[in-house]
Structures are given as C-alpha cells and as structure tokens.
Design a protein around this ligand. Structure first.
Ligand SMILES: O=C(O)CCC(=O)C(=O)O
Ligand SMILES: [Fe+2]
Length: 434
C-alpha cells in the first residue's frame, strides 16, 4: 500500500491489513523512539502530573487552588483537574461517540469527511498532521508519519461552527460535540483566570492577551500498532495555542516530558488534563513581566528584584548582580530598583531572561505512544488566539532590559508549525532573537 504523500491513506486501514511491520514512513529516528521500561509505563509511578481539585471554583478555596496551579505550571506545564464542573457523563459520552464513529463507520464513509490536506488544521477526517511540502518534494523523505487518525472540529467562534460537516453517525455525535465544546470553553476561561492569578496578574490577563478564543476539538484514534517500539502515535510537540484540555480513554499512551524524562500520564476518567501551550509560555507572560519591568532605571549596577508569589509565601528579596543571579523558587517581579546609577551596558537584558527561564511556566512537551493490543482514543480541545492576532510583547513596554521576541502573526506561527513540524519546541524557540 502506498503511504506518505497519499492523503487518503488512513492508519486504521494499515492496521486492519494485518501488517507485521509498519511501512518505513512510520519508523521514528532512533532518538525519538519510545522506551518501554517499568519507570515510564508503570501506573504506580508517583512522578505524574498533579491532580488538582477545583472544588467547583468555590471562592473560599480559590487561594489554595491558585497556589497548586502555580506549582504545577512551574514543575510540569500540565496538571489534572477534578470537580471542574463538566459533567463526567459528558466526558464519557464524547469518547463513546468518537469511538463509535471510528470503529463502526466503514472507512469509505469516513473518507467523505476528509479534511483538506493542503491547508493546515483543516476541519475533518485525516491522518497526516503536517502539510505536504509541495515546493520541495524531496523534504518528504525526512517526514516521519504518526500512527494516528483524527477528526478535527472547528467549534469557536460560533461563526466557524458548522455541525453539518461533522459525522452524522452515531446520531447524537454532533449534539455531543457541541455540548462538549461549550463546556470546555467555559472551563478553559476559568482556568486561564486562575493561571493568570497564579502569576500575580489580574484574572483576565491571559484571556485579554489571547483575544477572541478559537477552539478546535481533535478526536484522535490510534489503531493497534505492530511495532510500538519503533513508532509514535503522535510525535513530540508542544501545542501551539494558549491552553489545551485533554481527556483520554483508559488504554493510556500519553507521555509528558518532565525533567528530561518521558512520563506516562495515567488515564483518570473524571479528570481533565490541562496542558499549557506555547502562547502561555513566552509572549503573553513576557508582556506582563514587561509591564512590571518597564519603569526601571536603565544601566544599573545592581538590581533588586522584590519577589513575592502570594500572601501564603513570605516575601523574599533577591540581590541581583551580573554572574550571581539565582532565583530558587518563585519569580513574580513587583519592582526593580537601582542601588547605584553606574551604567554598564553589558547588563542590559539579562534580568528578564533569567526570570523567564526560572519561571518554569513552559509549554509542556508531550507525545503519544502506541501499543500492539488495543486501539486508543483521546479528545484534545485547543484554545488558540485568532490567526490575525500578533504575538509579541507590547512594543511600548520593550526596553533594553527585555529580551526581544520577534513579532509574529499567529497565522504564520501556526503555518510554520504545520510545515516545518513541531520538532519539540523549535517553533517557540525560533521567536527568540538572541
Ligand atoms: O492523544 C493524546 O493523548 C495526545 C493528543 C495531543 O497531544 C494533541 O492532539 O495535540
Ligand atoms: Fe498536543
């Protein structure tokens, strides 16, 4: 069977053909292949993303919930939430309708919903995530394909929502996706509020920076794979938008990179996994640090960063000198003062660099592994800026203390992601000018 640049090939068809070996396009480079050892696959591994009880957003719990979220964002860039207010029956039902579509609709019927392979993140049924590089067909030789089929739905803003383009089978598929989209948007907005507050910012900060939310829901179906040790269901990536809410069935296979180790995320049927995506990492947070940093004196010999995280953690003061800058834990900058007025150009731009790298609000790298026994299903709900939103620190806030990030249209950012491939975090790193 021809695979690769044939957009009609579905992984499910390859799996059903009973191959004993996957076609070569699905074989990962050796350093990308998963390791199947006890520490990454054991369900009793204690090193897993935290589970945070949201207590249905009860105001009296807000402070402690916000602290837990801050810690999880610094340490993992991801966390589970429970008591989030989304009916658990709906979490179960969206997985049921997704599985019914993938497993009970014949492939020729599913192909009627095929997405457009020439435009990225297009709605519909597909397999290949990255765009074909038509200008450089030779680049195709380097493309490794995911062992995955998916259905992508455009759900917000409502002007993009057209359920008649979604599966008609099972009969309640469309209505379930609509209900799920509404519930996930409400949850994402509440979580962005808490994440903003966990940075010491006003609760609307991240949402204001993102602007009108664009929501896509991707149901991924990973057929059993004859060679799980050579393949990935979904290649290593960080999500490109602001925040992703993910649920998975009880088969398991999602892995998160934590302290350079791949950790298998256990399926929790009542929980939703929150994944920080690229736009929550640098540009938005950076813009807010810049607001705080903007009124500093320039060219100072020593800077004092007054750090405080919240009322529960005692205020700490740090002295910053070139070469001796060290922040142990938290990094909310309240003020910067100079103790001398000596000018030393070399110091420009170092404080915020360190703040960012110490900050640990990094988008989480993750991937999906495959298995030889059972198909697996996940539902990822992405919340992204509009394509026209410019991603950059606000220009009036940039001074020479700040690192410069290249301004980029979110559309171009997404396009680069889909043409060059995520390759870990290559895309967000490419925005750094220095
Ligand atoms: O299937 C999974 O668990 C991961 C899905 C994912 O990361 C994505 O769709 O971006
Ligand atoms: Fe993802």
């Amino acid at each position: 069977m021809e695979v690769g640049n044939d957009p009609t090939i579905r992984v499910q068809a390859l799996a059903e053909a009973g191959l004993s070996q996957v076609p070569p396009q699905y074989i990962q480079l050796p350093h990308q292949r998963p390791q199947f050892n006890a520490s990454t696959t054991s369900s009793c591994n204690s090193n897993i993303p935290p589970v945070i009880d949201l207590f249905y957003f009860e105001p009296s719990r807000r402070n402690s919930v916000r602290n837990s979220i801050g810690r999880a964002c610094r340490e993992w860039g991801a966390f589970h939430v429970t008591n989030h207010g989304v009916p658990t029956s709906l979490l179960a039902h969206i997985k049921t309708v997704g599985l019914t579509f993938f497993e009970q609709c014949p492939i020729p019927d599913k192909l009627k919903y095929s997405c457009d392979p020439s435009s990225f993140a297009s709605q519909g049924y597909g397999s290949r995530m990255l765009l074909l590089d038509k200008d450089n067909p030779r680049n195709e030789d380097n493309v490794v394909l995911d062992w995955r089929d998916y259905f992508d739905h455009h759900t917000f803003p409502l002007s993009r929502r057209n359920p008649s383009l979604w599966p008609h089978f099972p009969p309640d598929y469309r209505e379930t996706v609509e209900r799920y989209a509404d519930q996930m948007k409400a949850l994402a907005q509440k979580l962005m509020g808490l994440i903003s507050e966990s940075l010491g910012l006003s609760s609307s900060c991240i949402e204001d920076a993102v602007g009108e939310l664009f929501q896509n829901i991707t149901i991924s179906y990973y057929p059993p794979c004859p060679q799980p040790d050579l393949t990935l269901g979904l290649q290593t990536h960080s999500d490109m938008g602001a925040i992703t809410l993910l649920i998975q069935d009880d088969v398991g296979g999602l892995q998160l990179l934590n302290n350079d180790q791949w950790v298998t995320v256990p399926p929790l049927s009542d929980a939703v996994l929150v994944i920080l995506a690229d736009q929550t990492e640098v540009p938005i947070i950076l813009a807010n640090f810049m607001k705080v940093l903007a009124p500093t004196n320039r060219g100072t010999e020593i800077l004092f960063l007054h750090l405080a995280v919240d009322s529960l953690i005692p205020r700490c003061h740090y002295t910053v000198t070139l070469g001796a800058f060290h922040i142990e834990t938290h990094y909310i900058v309240l003020t910067i003062e100079s103790s001398t007025d000596q000018v030393n150009d070399k110091k420009h731009s170092f404080p915020i660099e360190l703040i960012i790298t110490n900050g640990k609000y990094r988008s989480a790298q993750h991937r999906a592994i495959t298995n030889g026994a059972q198909a697996r299903l996940s539902v990822a709900t992405f919340h992204d800026p509009a394509k026209e939103v410019k991603i950059s620190p606000a220009s009036e806030l940039v001074n020479e203390y700040c690192p410069r990030y290249r301004e980029v249209l979110y559309r171009d950012y997404a396009s680069s992601w889909y043409t060059k491939g995520p390759d870990g975090k290559r895309n967000i790193d490419s925005l750094l000018l220095n």
